[in-house]
Design a protein around this ligand. Structure first.
Ligand SMILES: NC(=O)c1ccc[n+]([C@@H]2O[C@H](COP(=O)([O-])OP(=O)(O)OC[C@H]3O[C@@H](n4cnc5c(N)ncnc54)[C@H](OP(=O)(O)O)[C@@H]3O)[C@@H](O)[C@H]2O)c1
Length: 261
């Protein structure tokens, strides 16, 4: 099993939500953690304080949807800790919109934040990562099964899943494993917009849209990420965590999006 204690881990987009929980749990397990935000320094400082309660860490403000942001993150990581073993490409943006209404600015923002951030960070970090290290991509169930109003988000997350497979092949000679996690809706700032759009509370969402009757939690997503980091025999895999939602029909949501219900 891959030992997290004593390693250096970078979690992009860890100012709040899923990224924050991953960063804090990695610190709890003894990793030095690099917290990253795009602009909300206060969120980043809060996460860093939680990290410092367990281990060492730094905060890096950098827009990882741009090449220079990814380079800044690598440089500050190496300046602080000298090496890197774990990268979690978590930064993401979930804006729902009908495909026909999406303008170029929205298309560019969705692709750069959800896909190019993972491309730039994987490339820049894999060049300096220790052998035996690993990368985990934060994908989405929307990248596996189409969800209403999420075409741009879904296609960028589908590409992230393929990126994990391609990099698992290409980085294997460097002894770097690459995997992805694909969660369904989680109650974070991002997840809340979809839940509010549907007008459901968590219990109703669980009953209507899952096989298990319950929405997944941030902690369950973190557990999936930690599992993939520790499992040295798993690479090129996407672990879906969705309470069985991907097996259910999207028809009612599609009708809702089209104003037919
Ligand atoms: N919540 C869900 O239902 C759900 C479901 C499936 C997958 N996911 C995926 O899980 C990941 C985390 O989602 P979340 O729900 O925790 O989101 P969230 O609550 O909106 O948090 C997103 C974090 O990412 C940071 N970020 C965004 N763009 C960035 C950039 N270009 N550079 C650096 N940091 C950036 C934000 O920092 P700033 O505030 O400074 O911009 C924020 O700290 C995303 O990849 C998302 O697509 C979420």
């Amino acid at each position: 099993m891959f030992e997290i204690r004593g390693k250096t881990a970078v979690v992009t987009g860890s100012g709040r939500g899923i990224g924050r929980d991953i960063a804090v749990q990695l610190a709890r397990l003894g990793a030095r953690v690099v917290v990253n935000v795009k602009k909300r320094q206060e969120d980043g400082k809060e996460t860093l304080n939680m990290v410092l309660g367990y281990s060492d860490g730094i905060l890096v403000q950098a827009d990882v949807s741009r090449r220079d942001g990814a380079r800044t993150l690598v440089r500050e990581t190496l300046d602080a800790f000298g090496q890197v073993h774990i990268l979690v490409n978590n930064a993401g943006l979930g804006i729902g919109a009908p495909f026909l209404d999406a303008d170029d600015a929205l298309i560019d923002k969705m692709v750069s934040t959800n896909l190019m951030s993972a491309v730039y960070c994987s490339q820049e970090f894999a060049r300096v990562m220790q052998p035996g290290g690993c990368i985990v991509m934060m994908a989405s169930m929307a990248g596996v099964r189409p969800m209403s109003m999420l075409s741009l988000y879904g296609i960028s997350k589908a590409a992230v899943i393929k990126l994990a497979e391609y990099l698992a092949l290409e980085l294997a000679p460097k002894r770097i494993r690459v995997n992805a996690v694909a969660p369904s809706v989680v109650r974070t700032k991002m997840g809340e917009s979809l839940i509010e759009f549907l007008g459901l509370d968590d219990e109703e969402y669980g009953m209507k849209h899952t096989l298990t009757g319950r929405m997944i939690t941030v902690e369950e997503v973190t557990d999936a990420v930690l599992f993939l980091i520790r499992s040295e025999s798993i690479t090129g895999h996407t672990l879906m965590i969705d309470s069985g939602q991907a097996l259910m029909s999207e028809l009612s949501l599609a009708r809702l999006g089209a104003g037919q219900e």
